[in-house]
Ligand binder design. Structure first.
Ligand SMILES: [Zn+2]
Ligand SMILES: [Zn+2]
Length: 213
């Protein structure tokens, strides 16, 4: 098995958790032994998010998707954004808020759960009024947490530990863009994402009655 950042290896991670006997959980109550909380921070691409969400559902898994309201990369209030939320729910996933300090835009699109985007240590674990902070003490400690930041697992890819059931419980943070778009490096995956984005934007231009002849 190759630990690359492909959709296929993401599927293998999910299967490893299932073979390790874990069940999937969200952020609505404190983690119990034997759960894996799949968390996705959607920083860049709804299209990438949906590709991973579909794959996960096909594997019989579900997760919590953290979506931004003030992203420079996507517009959650657009028809595309609304369709993405609807599709995530349809697939059995949960939708929560990926917020940029200090703005929390919790509304009825989201469960009352917040993950800060690129948080500074000063507020990373602080209570968020009226919401669960996914990095708060209840849900976060380094032994029970793994993240794929910039295609780098600080402690190696967790598929083996998951398969062997070595975590008591785990919060597994992945960024869908890294897995949905092909590339052997972060740079290459981002280039793939931008290529797909260009094609999508040309389509938006056509739909907006722009003459591309
Ligand atoms: Zn792996
Ligand atoms: Zn983020």
């Amino acid at each position: 098995m190759t630990c690359d950042f492909s959709l296929e290896h993401y599927r293998e991670l999910v299967r490893a958790a299932q073979r390790g006997g874990y069940r999937f959980a969200g952020f609505d109550h404190s983690p119990e032994a034997g759960v894996v909380i799949l968390r996705h921070d959607v920083d860049l691409s709804l299209e990438g998010a949906l590709a991973v969400a579909e794959a996960e559902a096909e594997e019989g898994a579900w997760s919590t998707w953290f979506l931004m309201t003030r992203s420079v990369f996507y517009n959650l209030a657009s028809p595309e954004g609304e369709r993405a939320i609807a599709r995530l729910r349809e697939l059995g996933h949960r939708v929560a808020h990926h917020a940029v300090w200090p703005d929390v835009d919790l509304d009825d699109r989201f469960e009352p759960v917040v993950a800060w985007h690129n948080p500074d240590p000063e507020y990373m674990q602080a209570d968020v009024p009226g919401a669960v902070n996914v990095m708060g003490a209840r849900f976060f400690d380094p032994q029970h947490y793994r993240s794929d930041s910039n295609q780098h697992w600080r402690h190696g890819c967790p598929h083996g530990e998951l398969e062997r059931g070595e975590f008591e419980w785990l919060q597994l943070l992945t960024h869908p863009e890294i897995w949905a778009f092909d590339g052997a490096s972060m740079r290459e995956s981002m280039e793939s994402m931008l290529d797909a984005d260009r094609a999508a934007r040309l389509e938006h231009l056509r739909n907006d009655r722009i003459d591309l002849s």
